[in-house]
Design a protein around this ligand. Structure first.
Ligand code: HEC
Ligand code: HEC
Ligand code: HEC
Ligand code: HEC
Ligand code: HEC
Ligand code: HEC
Ligand code: HEC
Ligand code: HEC
Ligand code: HEC
Ligand code: HEC
Ligand code: HEC
Ligand code: HEC
Ligand code: HEC
Length: 459
């Protein structure tokens, strides 16, 4: 009966499986070669007792004291070739593979893990048996290297790619870093080195002493190609602090790709306010507070730009400004001292004691900008009246007053069709009128520092 035969077979199978099939039984039983199969995963032919697929008996008597009695049927790859096609494909061959040393990595009988590999645990241990571990054990270790998964990137046998890689570098990285792949494919601007030498022009694929697996530390990583920024920075008196902090250039630029000009990681204003929009950098002002609720936002900022006036990397001027601007409330006037403001505003603003065109801050022809600012001992800087970023008063004047040390000097500018007036803390309320000049009875002292009314020429 078919059924009872089947039953008998199953019983026999259950009974014999632990000691394997009959042929092997003689080698593996007792104290002889049981160790050969004392592993979790036994190689198929060993499991099948086909010892003779690899070994041949040299002497009739086995065991013979002092003699092995068995030798291998073949050496190197030839031993495996009858049953396995040569694994992998591609012109770049791993040296031990090329030399046919399959058993430098594989255990011919069996192993405790997958693929009959030598050593316990992840494949990395096997690889580091031959490769110097220094490159893989620096402070910051790439996750797949830390877990020993060398073969997530390398083919252990051979490959079409340089370095035995399983694919072209970038696509290999993209296979796990799908977010970076997405950023790059959806951005208008891609940083050129990504397309040229690829991810490894900046990252070490194994481990690094630097943050983000950088091949160099910040900012040298970027200076490698951006020499002009390096030389600019080497020269300036005032360096913007984030450049020397750990994230360095990466705190403002996306090193990979961006939709924003100059590879910025956010639009300029958002970017700057990301650090200057709270009180964490006190005593520096909170610029978000300076802008909040203001009726007048200075032109460039209204257009979303901070770099019209500040150099994001470094500068020789006060507050990283892109042109000269005095650091103090009072400043001796000299030609060029207000280069920053006059880069965008009327160049002749401060040139002539009398003018009819270069400013509206005049009493008749008398240039009141000149009166207040142009004093080679103690002129007032623009900040005496104007706010640099935003204000609630007209013409970027503060409605609460400009800062004079800790005190706010009330200012209260009122602008009319032909002139205006201010009730300043500096002097009594005074008006000016371009068409019908106001007569100042008690000589305008504008504090005690008015410049001589000497005209350099009328315009
Ligand atoms: C797939 C080929 C293959 C099969 C099948 C195979 N062996 Fe081996 N065996 C080898 C190789 C290769 C070596 C040499 C290992 C070395 O040099 O590290 C070896 C070595 C040995 C040794 C020497 C000691 C040792 O462990 O290194 C013994 C004993 C041995 N095999 C027994 C067996 C027995 C018993 C079987 C059958 C149950 C068997 N082998 C099946 C390939 C095989
Ligand atoms: C007598 C035939 C035979 C010989 C000789 C032989 N193998 Fe195998 N090997 C097999 C069979 C059958 C399997 C199980 C089926 C498979 O996975 O391909 C296997 C499985 C393997 C596996 C595991 C594959 C996997 O996907 O898990 C490795 C690795 C391996 N052999 C390496 C070797 C090496 C190295 C040699 C030479 C030292 C060798 N084999 C010699 C028949 C053989
Ligand atoms: C440098 C170590 C190393 C050498 C040398 C080596 N292998 Fe492997 N082999 C591996 C590793 C690691 C794996 C596991 C594959 C993976 O993780 O991608 C593997 C997997 C295999 C597999 C199963 C999966 C596959 O790719 O087909 C076979 C079969 C195999 N090797 C046969 C061989 C043969 C035959 C040789 C000699 C010609 C050899 N190996 C030489 C490390 C090696
Ligand atoms: C038996 C020793 C041995 C083992 C084990 C070994 N390698 Fe190698 N490997 C070498 C030798 C020898 C070279 C060639 C000399 C060199 O570049 O250091 C090499 C070269 C390489 C190269 C450079 C190839 C090229 O063309 O640039 C890579 C990548 C590599 N091995 C990865 C691995 C990985 C991954 C493992 C573990 C799966 C591993 N090796 C295990 C001996 C070994
Ligand atoms: C994330 C992918 C990745 C992992 C994981 C990885 N490697 Fe690499 N490996 C690379 C890349 C990329 C190269 C550079 C290839 C080139 O120069 O074009 C490389 C190069 C190598 C080289 C050639 C010598 C060198 O340093 O340039 C060796 C050897 C090597 N790797 C071994 C290993 C070992 C061992 C492991 C596991 C401990 C491992 N790799 C894990 C991606 C990886
Ligand atoms: C097998 C998957 C895998 C591959 C392939 C891979 N990575 Fe990673 N990588 C990871 C994981 C996992 C992390 C850790 C992610 C985390 O912590 O958020 C990581 C982290 C990183 C980091 C951040 C490291 C740090 O210290 O913050 C960088 C940079 C990186 N990978 C670059 C690369 C590059 C370059 C390649 C291609 C050569 C690559 N990765 C390929 C899995 C991978
Ligand atoms: C020009 C140098 C450069 C190149 C090329 C480059 N990176 Fe980066 N990468 C960096 C820097 C710098 C950081 C840190 C950025 C930061 O501080 O926000 C970084 C961060 C990372 C991180 C971790 C932080 C994150 O954004 O997830 C991963 C992952 C990463 N890069 C993967 C890649 C991959 C994949 C490629 C290739 C497609 C690549 N990088 C190419 C410089 C580079
Ligand atoms: C391997 C060379 C290389 C490295 C390293 C490199 N860059 Fe670049 N970068 C370029 C090239 C090439 C361009 C395009 C030409 C140019 O505008 O200078 C570019 C363009 C830029 C631009 C846009 C310039 C513009 O005018 O639009 C910025 C911003 C930038 N890189 C920042 C960085 C930062 C930050 C780093 C460090 C994380 C870095 N780069 C590292 C090669 C490099
Ligand atoms: C605080 C933010 C910030 C940091 C940190 C920063 N940048 Fe910039 N970078 C900018 C802004 C904003 C621009 C655009 C300036 C402009 O349009 O005038 C820029 C422009 C550039 C440009 C284009 C230059 C040009 O002349 O058009 C390059 C290249 C560049 N940065 C590289 C770097 C490098 C390299 C570092 C690190 C040493 C770095 N940046 C650090 C904000 C920053
Ligand atoms: C990653 C954070 C960060 C970003 C983004 C950033 N800054 Fe800064 N900034 C700083 C730090 C830190 C200081 C130094 C504070 C200190 O001296 O304690 C600073 C200082 C300044 C100063 C005063 C410099 C001085 O010493 O007088 C100005 C002005 C300035 N930043 C403007 C900007 C502008 C404009 C942007 C946008 C292009 C910007 N910052 C983006 C962190 C940042
Ligand atoms: C029109 C020119 C101009 C623009 C545009 C501009 N700033 Fe300024 N910023 C200045 C001047 C001038 C000072 C010096 C003010 C003073 O000391 O009276 C200054 C000072 C600063 C300071 C130092 C504040 C302090 O505590 O003294 C920071 C921080 C700053 N700006 C950030 C920004 C940010 C962020 C933006 C963009 C949102 C921006 N600036 C746009 C002209 C400008
Ligand atoms: C990058 C160019 C730029 C710089 C530098 C600049 N401004 Fe302006 N400023 C503008 C723009 C644009 C406007 C708005 C358009 C206009 O009214 O002229 C404006 C408006 C003003 C106004 C209001 C004018 C009005 O009629 O309402 C005053 C006052 C002013 N700026 C003062 C200054 C002072 C003081 C400085 C130097 C600390 C300065 N600006 C630097 C571009 C600049
Ligand atoms: C004593 C106060 C005061 C000082 C100091 C001052 N301004 Fe003014 N500024 C004004 C007043 C008031 C107006 C409005 C004139 C009007 O429209 O009636 C004005 C207007 C302006 C305007 C609009 C165009 C114009 O000239 O009418 C600009 C630009 C300007 N000032 C720039 C500056 C710059 C740059 C400085 C520093 C070099 C400066 N101001 C210093 C009070 C001052």
């Amino acid at each position: 009966m078919v059924r009872s035969h089947l039953l008998a077979f199953i019983i026999t199978a259950i009974f014999f499986v632990p000691s394997l099939a009959a042929a092997a039984g003689s080698c593996l039983t007792g104290a002889c070669h049981a160790a050969v199969i004392s592993v979790k995963v036994v190689h198929d032919p060993v499991k099948g007792g086909e010892c003779l697929a690899c070994h041949k008996q040299d002497s009739a008597q086995h065991p013979t004291p002092g003699r092995k009695g068995f030798s291998l049927l073949a050496r190197g790859e030839k031993l495996c070739a009858p049953c396995h096609e040569s694994p992998g494909a591609g012109a770049v061959a791993h040296q031990p593979f090329k030399a046919g040393e399959c058993i430098s990595c594989h255990q011919p009988h069996g192993a405790d893990g997958e693929f009959l590999l030598k050593g316990n645990g992840p494949v990395g241990g096997l690889c580091l048996g031959c490769h110097d571990s220094n490159a893989f054990t620096r402070v910051h270790i790439h996750a797949p290297v830390a877990t020993g998964e060398c073969s997530s990137c390398h083919d252990p046998h051979r490959s079409a790619e340089k370095g035995l890689l399983k694919g072209p570098v970038n696509s290999l990285c993209f296979s796990c870093h799908v977010d970076i792949k997405g950023l790059i494919s959806s951005s208008k601007i891609v940083h050129p080195p990504i397309k040229v030498a690829g991810c490894i022009s900046c990252h070490d694929p194994h481990s690094s002493a630097n943050l983000n697996l950088g091949v160099r530390k910040m900012p040298e990583l970027c200076f490698e190609c951006h020499k002009s920024i390096e030389s600019q920075i080497a020269k300036v008196k005032l360096l913007h602090k984030p450049l020397t902090q750990e994230r360095g250039c990466g705190s403002c630029h996306s090193p990979h790709a961006s939709n924003i000009r100059k590879l910025l990681s956010a639009d300029e204003k958002t970017l700057c306010l990301g650090c200057h929009g709270d009180n964490s950098l006190a005593p520096l002002k909170n610029i978000a507070d300076e802008l909040k609720g203001k009726t007048q936002i200075h032109g460039p900022i209204a257009l979303g730009r901070c770099t019209g006036c500040h150099d994001p990397h470094g500068s020789n001027n006060f507050r990283l400004l892109t042109g000269a601007y005095p650091a103090t409330y009072y400043a001796p006037y000299s030609e060029g001292a207000y280069g920053l403001c006059l880069k965008c505003h009327e160049k002749n603003l401060l040139h002539f004691a009398e003018t009819t065109v270069y400013t509206k801050f005049r009493n008749g022809k008398r240039n009141l900008h000149y009166v207040h600012v142009v004093n080679n001992r103690k002129g007032r800087s623009c900040r005496a009246c104007h706010e640099p970023h935003a204000a609630n008063g007209p013409k970027l004047t503060s409605s609460v007053g400009s800062s004079f040390g800790e005190w706010k000097i009330p200012f209260n500018l009122v602008v009319t069709e032909t002139g205006g007036s201010c009730a300043a803390g500096c002097h009594k309320s005074l008006a000016y009128d371009r068409l019908n000049p106001v007569e100042y009875r008690s000589a305008v002292k504008a504090g005690s520092t008015s410049p001589p009314a000497a005209s350099q020429g009328a315009h």
